[in-house]
Design a binder for this molecule. Structure first.
Ligand code: HDE
Length: 712
């Protein structure tokens, strides 16, 4: 066989990058794009035959001396590193952040004070429970971790898409994660909380009830990583140049609005396209539809620390936006896909302890535990204290210190002065004065007893769970009830289910009743708030008196029903049309694409003007569908599934020509009318009505699943 000695053509369709950020992050890339690339060993030896191992004769055994074969196989044998113990399944992207106005009043952080500065970022989104290859559409919290490569060093905002957490103290994190991961004896189920050990743990942890409301809501099955909010969860501190501190909660608000899929749809997407979220993010960036989020801050002046009925240090509580509005202070844009998944998305190492001057920690006991966990995890995952030298983790700010050696050290330190203070090195590297950016911790006054306990306000486990539930629209509440029915029905132990109904009764009695109906259980009467008692050995000084505090009964910001619903940019639309309907389909496609939608024409065969065959397609990967004409769909079971699923999942549906007759033929005559259903010929009126219906995202009012019904 002739040997290749010429380079293959690059086939990437990637658009050339033009922004500043690309230039800076390129510094960390190991680019070997030279035109003439000969295949070599890791030592640089050109390889003449990459197909045949070295043998003693044409039919003889392979020789041990074949170092080319041994090197290749040995490298391959070690290609996997331990996956993250949580958040193993993730997708990443590069981009930049820009602040709108200087935030000097609150923080001295340089990247939050210079509107002209574009700070490069790398973002990794993730699920929590599943392994690296698990489905994107699991019911789960999504990680939302942002690494800012600031001029003052790395700042990591390692948050989630839900603003609160299951537990209040780092001490119980391993228990929580053990309980939700696949069960220890049989490694099932993958990427799902619907199993015995998780609900056993939760039913004994009333503090988790607020987070459970979020996790059972549609927030846990996002439509797209580009359409979910992000939260720093903990309360952090801002510190300004005068040394004054205020408390801050961080938010990411997606400019496309917050949208989710239906649960039945999520389970079907998991089968049809387990990479649905990853693909969606990748394609949007490749198409130039760069995802954007505004950074929001809720600022609480130091003097207001004890003003609220909840403790700012309690990560199971949020600050209702009615009490402290979210101020939008800057924008993050993701505009470049990683070049190499392993080198970037897999090796990126976040740490809530990566801070810059002007942003500091609070005493949230969950956050405090994380400060130990992340660098410790990097050690076992990435194998060395030198993980900071991996290109994706390297700061753009210069690094000067006396760290030396260790596994896989990259830096070649060129002199022998590896201690401080020193005189032989001219005192370098020297400590930075505060005025020159030297970081200091906020000098929070502190004098107290050592205790294993929590402050009194941590003991209110239900009022914000109730606030969340009561702030949801009716369809959202129905989805929570249905999710709880699904999860609890998967349990073998009736006592766990009963304990859960008991806890739900403290959140909302109607909620508990409607969940309990599915199991024929009685809801116990609620006598008084079920809170942990304060441990007997707590100092009386630590028990804070209860005062009148501002209370919010309902918060609009907590419901996705109130999200942004204008425009159809990046929405996916599938049009069923055979050759007789191709003209209508092409016209509709052009009109929707002009509004920024991503449209596919689907037909039984891959003829001209057709993008996908019916056999390879499914409506669960589209946001809206159109059907042109009744024929030939009447005779295709796949077409019936396509349309019925779209209808059940409350999507916008356009029935073009006589396609509405399909609904009569399929025994769904009454379903062809209703919100989000558009009929007619492909004229302006129909197209505009369809665009409005798609922009609304979902038409939940159409849902009529019998399990939602309340017992008479
Ligand atoms: Fe994490 N978490 N976590 N976590 N977490 C990790 O760190 C941990 C918590 C979050 O895309 C691990 O580098 C403890 C809250 C995200 O690489 C590990 C506690 C929030 C990611 C770890 C928490 C998070 C992680 C695994 C309780 C939301 C993925 C790999 C004290 C604010 C980051 C790694 C990425 C990852 C520990 C609680 C978010 C094991 C001990 C609360 C987004 O170190």
């Amino acid at each position: 066989m002739a040997k290749r000695d010429t380079p293959r053509k690059r086939t990437s369709t990637r658009k050339p990058e033009s922004n500043e950020n690309a230039k800076t992050t390129d510094l960390r890339r190991n680019t070997t794009d030279a035109a003439d690339q000969r295949l070599t060993t890791d030592q640089g030896l050109p390889i003449n035959d990459n197909q045949n191992s070295l043998k003693a004769g044409l039919r003889g055994p392979t020789l041990l001396e074949d170092h080319i074969l041994r090197d290749k196989i040995m490298h391959f044998d070690h290609e996997r590193i331990p996956e993250r113990v949580v958040h193993a399944r993730g997708s990443g992207a590069h981009g930049y952040f820009q602040v709108y106005e200087p935030l000097a009043k609150w923080t001295k952080a340089g990247f939050l004070n210079d509107p002209a500065r574009r700070t490069p970022v790398f973002v990794r989104f993730s699920t929590v429970a599943g392994s690296r290859g698990s489905t994107d559409l699991a019911r789960d919290v999504r990680g939302f971790a942002v690494k800012f490569y600031t001029d003052e060093g790395i700042y990591d905002l390692v948050g989630n898409n839900i603003p609160v957490f299951f537990i209040q103290d780092a001490m119980t994190f391993p228990d929580l994660i053990h309980s939700v991961k696949p069960e220890a004896h049989n490694e099932m189920p993958q990427a799902a909380s619907a199993h015995e050990t998780f609900w056993d743990f939760i039913s004994l942890m009333p503090e988790s009830m607020h987070m459970i409301m979020w996790a059972m809501s549609d927030r846990a099955i996002p439509r797209s990583l580009r359409m979910m909010e992000g939260f720093g969860v903990h309360t952090f501190r801002f510190v300004n140049a005068k040394g004054e501190s205020s408390f801050v909660k961080f938010h990411w608000k997606p400019l496309l609005g917050v949208h989710s899929v239906a649960w039945d749809e999520a389970t079907k997407i998991s089968g049809k396209d387990p990479d649905f979220h990853r693909r969606d993010l990748w394609e949007a960036i490749e198409n130039g539809d760069y995802p954007e989020w505004e950074l929001g801050v809720q600022i609480v002046p130091a003097k207001d620390e004890h003003k609220y009925p909840f403790d700012l240090l309690d990560p199971t509580k949020l600050i209702p936006e009615e009490l402290v509005p979210v101020q939008r202070v800057g924008k993050m844009t993701l505009n470049r896909n990683p070049d190499n998944f392993f080198a970037e998305t897999e090796q990126v190492a976040f740490d809530p302890g990566h801070l810059v001057p002007g942003i500091d920690l609070s005493n949230d006991p969950l956050l405090q535990g994380r400060l130990f966990s992340y660098p410790d995890t990097q050690l076992s995952r990435l194998g060395s204290v030198n993980f900071n030298e991996i290109p994706i983790n390297r700061p753009l700010a210069p690094v000067h210190n006396n760290h030396r050696d260790g596994h896989m050290r990259q830096t070649i330190n060129k002199n022998h002065i590896n201690y401080e203070p020193n005189s032989l090195g001219g005192g370098c590297p020297f400590q930075a004065a505060m005025k020159n950016g030297g970081s200091t911790s906020f000098p929070e006054p502190m004098e107290d007893m050592k205790v294993r306990a929590k402050s009194e306000k941590f003991m209110d486990h239900f009022s914000q769970a109730t606030l969340f539930y009561r702030s949801q629209s009716t369809p959202e509440q129905n989805h929570i009830i249905n999710a709880l029915r699904f999860e609890l029905a998967k349990l073998d132990t009736a006592a766990v289910r009963e304990r859960m109904i008991g806890l739900l009764a403290y959140v909302d009695h109607d909620l508990a009743t409607r969940v309990a109906e599915a199991f024929d259980l009685e809801v116990p009467a609620v006598v008084e708030p079920l809170n942990h008692s304060i441990p007997a050995d707590t100092s009386p000084d630590d028990v804070q008196p209860y005062e009148e505090k501002p209370v919010v009964e309902r918060s609009e910001a907590l419901s996705m029903a109130n999200t942004f619903k204008e425009g159809i940019r990046t929405r996916r639309v599938g049009i069923l049309a055979d050759m007789d309907g191709i003209r209508d389909a092409t016209a509709l496609k052009a009109a929707l694409e002009a509004e920024g939608a991503m449209v596919k024409v689907i037909a039984p065969t891959l003829a001209k003007g057709v993008d996908q065959t019916l056999m390879t397609s499914t409506s669960v990967v589209f946001d809206a569908i159109a059907v042109v004409n009744q024929e030939p769909w009447l005779h295709y079971p796949d077409a019936k599934d396509f349309v019925c699923d779209a209808h059940r999942h409350a999507k916008a549906i356009a029935l073009i020509g006589n396609a509405d007759q399909l609904f009569d033929a399929w025994g769904m005559a009454e379903d062809k009318e209703g919100p989000g259903m558009v009929h007619g010929r492909t004229g302006k009126a129909v197209i505009n009505a369809f665009i409005d219906a798609i922009a609304a995202h979902r038409h939940w009012a159409r849902e009529k699943d019998p399990v939602y019904a309340t017992k008479a």
